[in-house]
Design a protein around this ligand. Structure first.
Ligand code: LLP
Length: 417
């Protein structure tokens, strides 16, 4: 089920707060997160890893709201970042830079400089050119850059092609066959300190085997490197654990670790993980209101106030996300396409959903805590929506709804002649 929400007498609650109260108090659309659910998800990882030396680096890209980062930093989480913007957010939220890994295939020297200065745990390097630039940048600062190579293990994650990252045709990582040579090259560089190896084969994985295959390939390489005199301290197997949006057979972190931890039992390296979605998806929802109901001889449409610019996943990936009224009622059930106000037929949140709804009703889109607000835009000059976090059964605005001034910030038109 959806971990952050439950129904009570037909009304949907997030923790102990009714979504109807939040809708009336803060307006719609808005994202609502449960602090408690995020904490529970992190603790599930901690418990599953138990005695294994580990570092859980939350993938900031899945939800980078500062309140979310604060919640995780307070529990001692590390962070996986992909830009200097994400690094600044982590620092602002009180995250420890020594527990930050920097992923991404196009780091600039400006980004490297800042990350070196604050002393991150390591750079996950994705190419020889990036390695050369990092060595140069570190030399300019008279610092050593801690490095892990992101290798591409060529393992099929069996997920949506847009979020599969560990195959030869994907742009990510260093090809498995050449990685040893890149390590050898790196070991000769004066400002590179080789400390780890990493991979990330994809997102929304629902099978254990691809994780096991990728990890085994990494471990073989770690041993080969050790024979060459290159000793690594950590093995980072990325993120990717899937969550239940619909009727997916979902992997639990316990089930995954039961298969993975035995591979580490005779080893001394630190196990690093980069979970995003499994930490935040089911800790958040998107709240929206039905504006209009309309029908033709073919379809019924529920036109809601949230659109693809607020939640892109259904439009971009054809992702199925559950949609339910926040208050159950006796309106006759009909089949609807739930669509937004944006001027594109690709603007939908759900298709062919059986719903008992009337105009003015509020709907909840579940599993929206990950890759929701972070992927939103101002398309159609729509201000980005508010983000609310429920903490200790109280709702707080953790990002204010944008207004027109926010929309045109930095725009000044042409000079008047
Ligand atoms: N580490 C790296 C290097 C990644 O690229 C990603 C996600 C993660 C960790 C976290 O993966 P997770 O545990 O969240 O699966 N926008 C898409 C998902 C894109 C994932 C990109 N990389 C969606 O809405 O499904």
């Amino acid at each position: 089920m959806h971990s952050a929400t439950q129904r009570n007498n037909g009304d949907l609650f997030i923790d102990q707060v009714a979504l109807s109260t939040i809708a009336k108090q803060f307006g719609t659309p808005c994202y609502v997160y449960s602090k408690k659910a995020i904490e529970q998800n992190f603790i599930a990882y901690k418990n599953a890893l138990s005695d294994q030396p580990h570092l859980i680096c939350y993938a900031v890209k899945s939800n980078s709201n500062i309140a979310v980062l604060q919640t995780l930093a307070a529990l001692g989480a590390g962070f996986d970042i992909v830009s200097v913007g994400e690094l600044e957010r982590v620092l602002l939220a009180g995250g420890n830079p020594a527990n930050v890994v920097f992923s991404g295939l196009a780091k600039t020297s400006f980004e490297m400089r800042r990350a070196l200065q604050v002393g991150i745990h390591c750079f996950n390097v994705e190419s020889e050119s990036e390695l050369a630039l990092l060595n140069e940048t570190a030399a300019e600062l008279s610092l050593q850059a801690p490095v892990s190579m992101r290798v591409n293990p060529d393992v099929d994650a069996n997920t949506h092609p847009y979020i599969s990252t560990g195959l030869k045709e994907d742009k990510f990582g260093i090809a498995f066959d050449t990685a040893i040579d890149v390590y050898k090259q790196a070991s000769q560089m004066s400002n590179i300190n080789l400390i780890g190896i990493d991979c990330h084969i994809g997102s929304q994985l629902t099978e254990i085997q691809p994780f096991v295959d990728a990890t085994e390939r990494l471990l073989v390489m770690v041993d080969q490197l050790s024979e060459l005199g290159i000793q690594l301290n950590h093995i980072d197997i990325g993120g990717g654990l899937g969550v239940r949006y619909h009727d997916e057979q979902v992997l639990t972190v316990d089930a995954l670790m039961k298969e993975l931890l035995p591979l580490f039992s005779e080893r001394s390296e630190l196990l690093v993980l980069e979970p995003g979605r499994s930490m935040t998806a089911n800790a958040g929802i998107l709240l929206t209101q039905v504006q209009y109901l309309k029908s033709n001889d073919h379809k019924n449409f529920a036109v809601v106030d949230a659109a693809m610019n607020d939640m892109l996943r259904p439009s971009l990936y054809g992702a199925w996300m559950d949609i339910q009224p926040i208050t159950t009622n006796n309106t006759p059930e009909r089949q609807y396409d739930v669509v937004g106000p944006v001027c594109e037929s690709g603007d939908f949140l759900g298709k062919d959903r059986k719903l008992s709804i009337a105009e003015g009703d509020y709907l909840c889109l579940f599993g929206a805590g990950a890759y929701g607000f972070v992927m939103s835009s101002n398309y159609n000059s729509r201000p980005r929506v508010a983000e609310i976090m429920v903490a200790d059964n109280e709702a707080h605005v953790v990002r204010a709804r944008e207004n027109f001034e926010d929309l045109i910030k930095g725009e000044q038109g042409l000079p008047v002649k």
